[in-house]
Design a protein around this ligand. Structure first.
Ligand SMILES: Nc1nc2c(c(=O)[nH]1)N[C@@H](CN(C=O)c1ccc(C(=O)N[C@@H](CCC(=O)O)C(=O)O)cc1)CN2
Length: 278
């Protein structure tokens, strides 16, 4: 039976490390600050932004919430971002996605200052990730790598198969796995003979957003299985857990790491601001 990779436990370890850093920065006059922007009334988005500001409070990060109605224009949202870009108290800006259909996610993400883009979605951060330069790494992919490393799994030389090619998870996690010297294959729901490919994976990352797509026929015995599906897993947990060596549950696996890495990026941004101050 597979070891359960406990995302909540790893989150708690990281939060207590972050709390120390936040205290140090605050004593030096640079309390990290995060602005969370929510447009509309989507219940899941409301839940996530509430969790984000709550966790900020727990580690001592200053946070502020900017709520705009569903009917707000893109221009109104861009004005909020412009103000936050100029605000010295704010080191990280997070616009909760998805946005209402009448807004362009690209235009909004592009408007966030690169050095406050703690979501790591701005094209400059995306490009820097690809060439291996220092940057803000998107939170879910960064959290996946932390989970794997803190479980004691070495990635160098391993075959990692990522199922899913989104800009938010699939593509960036593939880049991070390459940086860890894994051999990386990216598949998607249209990949022919998917099980033949995933069965080769020492590390299998399921980030396709199709509940229960992957069963035991997709998992190599002894593989490490990371399930990014939310709120339901992409992996049939009970089946996969019988043959994997380690597996993340849903909930309680990757999810808690997303917010942890957001806080990590906000602290990193405040550290950069302190260094820039000289
Ligand atoms: N601007 C962004 N928008 C969105 C992102 C993002 O990284 N940046 N990711 C997702 C949603 N998300 C954060 O925003 C998120 C999803 C899930 C969790 C989480 O902790 N899940 C828990 C269960 C939580 C519960 O239902 O009680 C788990 O899986 O254990 C945190 C954050 C889309 N939008």
């Amino acid at each position: 039976m597979a070891k359960v990779i406990d995302g909540k436990q790893i989150r708690d370890e990281m939060l207590s490390e972050l709390k120390g850093k936040v205290q140090e920065l605050t004593e030096k006059g640079m309390q990290p600050g995060l602005a969370v922007v929510l447009v509309g009334e989507d219940p899941a988005s409301k839940l996530y932004v509430g969790m984000k500001t709550k966790k900020c409070g727990e580690v001592g990060i200053y946070s502020e919430m900017h709520k705009l109605p569903e009917t707000a224009t893109e221009q109104e949202l861009l004005q909020v971002i412009d103000q936050l870009n100029k605000d010295p108290r704010i080191h990280g800006i997070l616009v909760q996605l998805p946005l209402p259909k009448h807004m362009s996610e690209k235009a909004v993400i592009d408007a966030i200052a690169v050095d406050k883009d703690v979501d790591g979605f701005h094209p400059v951060n995306t490009g820097n990730l690809q060439i291996g330069d220092d940057c803000f790494v998107p939170c879910t992919p960064a959290g996946i790598i932390e989970l794997i490393k803190r479980t004691g799994v070495s990635l160098a030389g391993k075959h990692a198969v990522v199922v899913g090619r989104s800009n938010i998870v699939g593509k960036p996690v593939a880049m991070l796995l390459l940086q860890e010297n894994a051999t990386v294959t990216i598949c998607h729901s249209k990949t022919e003979n998917l099980a033949e490919v995933t069965k080769q994976a020492d590390v299998l990352i399921a980030a396709v957003g199709r509940p229960g797509l992957l069963g035991k026929e997709h998992v190599k015995p002894g593989a490490v299985v990371i399930d990014v599906g939310s709120p339901q897993g992409d992996v049939k947990y009970e089946e996969a857990a019988e043959i994997a060596s380690a597996i993340t549950p849903v909930p309680g696996g990757v999810g808690p790491m997303t917010i942890t890495m957001l806080l990590y990026n906000t602290v990193k941004s405040a550290e950069m601001a302190l260094r820039a101050k000289g």
